[in-house]
Design a protein around this ligand. Structure first.
Ligand code: UTP
Length: 294
């Protein structure tokens, strides 16, 4: 196996029902967070972690995602003519971030099915999967560490986050046999367990580094919950053969596919933005004061 992780697969063919009506005719991955579509945040994270090849799984209704990473000659020409050099550099930078590829998932048969569509492109190398509605704005640090784990152990590695109390039963949960600091050896994966049955308080989050073994497991995965090919079911088969690690992360990031967390992402990330931060802080303080919230 060639052990370097160079490719990231971004499954973006889901329906986005949690964000209707915004997602009725628009891809949820194209919803703006601060000044760019959420999927661009995720691509930039992957690139910062050393990835230079991106495969996005799209659906027929998501042409905007493909266009966003493509050159738009008329726009570039217009910006050039108007002397808007900073904006021109910014739109060109998006296209130059990595080599982009797109594969259509005709019918949304599940996240596992979407990842399986990457088999031919990925071949026999380990690769990353990033869910585009989960934002992890840490400059690629988490993903880089996960890549290091896979490159040194030869096993897949997924990101995990500690959840307090019964809320854990809303998520995929990983049990583990050994823990060394923030690294665990996973021995169980359970989808949405009852609180009493949860094997740990570690929920599975949206970053994965897979060895190519995942494709054989996906081939063997029968449709599960909701009639969909579930990625978790295939991942569970990786546990004993060849093995699976987990990295326990400290920051949850943002679930930008969910209305409240999308708003939080916009507020917090704009506060962190060097150009917008001061203005946004002032605006929030003024809103809170006017509404008698402080
Ligand atoms: P979700 O279930 O969170 O996404 O799938 P969804 O279906 O788009 O959204 P809701 O829950 O209805 O609001 C996790 C990821 O897997 C992708 C989605 O695009 C999302 O990024 N996915 C899911 C696919 O690419 N294909 C599928 O068949 C299912």
């Amino acid at each position: 196996m060639n052990s370097k992780v160079r490719t990231a697969v971004i499954p973006a063919a889901g329906l986005g029902t949690r964000f209707l009506p915004a997602t009725k005719a628009q891809a949820k991955e194209m919803l703006t967070v601060v000044d760019r579509p959420s999927i661009q945040w995720v691509v930039e994270e992957a690139v910062a972690a050393g990835i230079d090849d991106i495969l996005i799984i799209t659906s027929p209704s998501k042409k905007g995602v493909e266009d966003h990473f493509d050159r738009i000659a008329e726009l570039e020409q217009l910006l050039e003519e108007k002397g808007k050099h900073d904006q021109l550099a910014e739109v060109r930078r998006i296209t130059d971030l990595a080599t982009f590829h797109f594969t259509r998932q005709g019918t949304p048969l599940g996240l596992g099915h979407a990842v399986g569509m990457a088999a031919r492109h990925v071949g026999d190398k380990p690769f990353a999967v990033l869910l585009p509605d989960e934002l992890m704005p840490d400059g690629g640090a988490t993903l880089r560490r996960m890549i290091d784990v896979t490159e040194t152990t030869g096993e897949s590695c997924i990101s995990l986050y500690e959840v307090d109390g019964p809320d854990i039963s809303n998520y995929g949960v990983a049990g583990y046999s050994e823990r060394d600091g923030d690294l665990v050896t996973i021995d169980q994966l359970v989808e949405k367990p009852a609180y009493e049955d949860a094997p740990s308080n570690l929920k599975v989050t949206g970053r994965y580094i897979f060895t190519p073994d995942i494709f054989a497991k996906l081939d063997k995965t029968e449709p599960g919950r909701g009639g969909e090919i579930q990625l978790t079911d295939a991942m569970a088969m990786l546990i004993g053969d060849p093995g699976m690690r987990g990295l326990v992360i400290k920051e949850a990031g943002y679930d930008a596919g969910q209305k409240l967390d999308w708003l939080r992402a916009n507020i917090e990330l704009s506060l962190d933005d060097p150009e917008l931060g001061a203005g946004v802080a002032e605006m929030i303080t003024s809103i809170a004061r006017t509404r008698g919230l402080t």
